[in-house]
Design a protein around this ligand. Structure first.
Ligand code: BG6
Length: 492
């Protein structure tokens, strides 16, 4: 289908996300003919920039971060001539009137029918204000569609998320709000539902009769980088668990949707969160583990601890690691622990989901150590993308009745590049497809799960447990797996 011509107004156009992800994504879409033939992009920020300076910044971003090289100068010129810039003080309504006249100019210059997308890649305290000023300036009294694309974090807890949502709802209807969780744009996260619902092999086994436990890891090697100001008030619980980790839990655990349409899928996802067991504050310690990285060594290089990082208080109790054991209390999943872990300064950058199936009765086959390995389905999300299925097979020597694990591997990004998550998501938003965006009820329930954990940790008087940089987080998480007679699987 042909895509609607539109104007994209990007708030935060001089920021890090725009530079690293958004401009390269727009360029990737352009090169793959996935943008409409007619469009315009207006960048806004606090800085004063000329259009020429802005276009140069877009070029530098594409040169440094795009998966596609600039192919020809003529083609580049045709792309970048759609980009313009306007300095906007978000708190100043008059600035929005100026912005509106630029939008109107661009609509006439490029013959655009009035569809407007607003992308907020700015400090979350400003989300509500922008949306109010868009309304009050008349920007949203347009002829075509209007859509608000909004980055995380959506609120700081349930209460502030409700406030923000109320404010945005004054200007945009729920169907017009596209809350980004970039994990939902990742090829292999989207692939989870295809693997599950297009294969007769897995779905019959996808329940508590056949699955022993589920393990979800999102590990990073980087530390807090230059983001201490944000991260100090967020921590890994709000930064990763409230959104990315719970999204993966939903994708793995949802029921099949009635049809492949956005609300049918999101209805099923939200049901998972409704069944997700909410820990009372006094249950948090038994099920959740937090940690903060201490000085350590990453690939032979020594690195400072979190509390020594720039902008971090030496007494900081912010968690850089969260692990936990979750339960979905519904018919399909009753009794199946879902182990999660995420953290910074862990030994490797890796996001993966492992489904551990129940073991067969052990009396016939066993290996010499006496333990028959369970079958595992590994869904690799990042950086390698693919699937491994770990099976048991006969050992190799003539007299050998030993059973050995073997792996069937499929690599999704060995031969070609997958699109960046932001390409997929921006393209979906242009098409008006909100399937892989977070609906309000998902956000609300995710905060309701996270808030008591946060409160329990905020009240905890023990110092936060630390782990040396370059290790897999506090030992205690392993005890939770041991209680369920398992451990973290590493399948290379
Ligand atoms: C972001 C978090 O949402 O996700 C960051 O704010 C984190 O702290 C990042 O580094 C991880 O994303 P990815 O795609 O690299 O796994």
């Amino acid at each position: 289908t042909e895509l609607d011509p539109f104007v994209l107004t990007l708030f935060g156009a001089t920021g890090d996300l725009a530079k690293r992800k958004l401009f390269p994504a727009l360029y990737g879409l352009y090169r793959n003919s996935l943008l409409p033939a007619r469009f315009a992009v207006i960048g806004t920020g606090r800085q004063q920039l000329t259009s020429a300076e802005f276009r140069q910044a877009v070029r530098e971003s594409v040169e440094s971060y795009s998966r596609m090289k600039i192919d020809s100068e003529a083609n580049w010129a045709a792309f970048v001539e759609r980009f313009d810039y306007r300095a906007v003080d978000i708190k100043n309504l008059d600035a929005f009137s100026g912005l509106l006249s630029l939008v109107v100019d661009k609509e006439s210059q490029f013959d655009l029918p009035g569809n407007r997308m607003f992308y907020l890649s700015i400090a979350p305290e400003l989300f509500g204000q922008v949306s109010t000023n868009l309304r009050e300036s008349g920007m949203t009294e347009n002829k075509g569609w209007k859509r608000l694309v909004i980055e995380k974090p959506f609120g700081h807890d349930y209460r502030t998320a409700v406030e923000l949502n109320e404010q945005i709802k004054q200007t945009f209807a729920e169907e017009e709000i596209y809350r980004i969780d970039h994990y939902l744009g990742k090829t292999m996260v989207q692939n989870i539902e295809v693997i599950r619902f297009a294969n007769s092999l897995f779905e019959p086994l996808w329940n508590n009769l056949h699955i022993d436990n589920i393990q979800i890891t999102a590990s990073e090697t980087v530390g807090v980088e230059e983001r201490a100001a944000y991260y100090e008030s967020s921590g890994a619980l709000r930064d990763m668990v409230q959104n990315h980790l719970l999204q993966m839990v939903m994708m793995v655990c949802m029921e099949p949707p009635s049809r492949l349409v956005n609300e049918a899928i999101r209805d099923e996802k939200v049901k998972v969160l409704r069944s997700l067991r909410r820990f009372q504050e006094d249950e948090v310690h038994a099920n959740m583990v937090r940690g903060q990285y201490a000085a350590g060594s990453m690939r032979g290089q020594s690195v400072p601890g979190y509390s020594e990082e720039n902008g971090v208080s030496p007494q900081s109790s912010t968690e850089t690691f969260v692990g936990g054991r979750l339960y979905i209390d519904n018919f399909r999943w009753a009794g199946v622990p879902i182990f999660i872990r995420t953290g910074k300064r862990l030994p490797e950058k890796s996001t993966e989901i492992i489904i551990q199936f129940k073991t067969m009765p052990k009396h016939i086959y066993f290996n010499r150590k006496g333990d028959l390995r369970p079958n595992l389905l590994v869904i690799r999300v990042n950086p390698s993308e693919g699937i491994s299925l770990v099976l048991n097979a006969k050992g190799n020597s003539a007299d050998d009745m030993q059973v050995l694990p073997i792996a069937m591997d499929y690599c999704n990004n060995c031969e070609f590049d997958s699109p960046e998550a932001y390409e997929t998501l921006i393209h979906d938003a242009i098409q008006g497809d909100s399937t892989f965006f977070t609906r309000w009820d998902e956000v609300a329930l995710a905060w309701k799960f996270v808030d008591p954990i946060r409160r329990a940790w905020d009240k905890d008087e023990h110092p936060i447990p630390t782990y040396p940089a370059g290790t897999w987080g506090p030992e205690r998480l392993n005890d939770l797996l041991a209680e369920s007679e398992t451990h973290w699987w590493r399948v290379q």
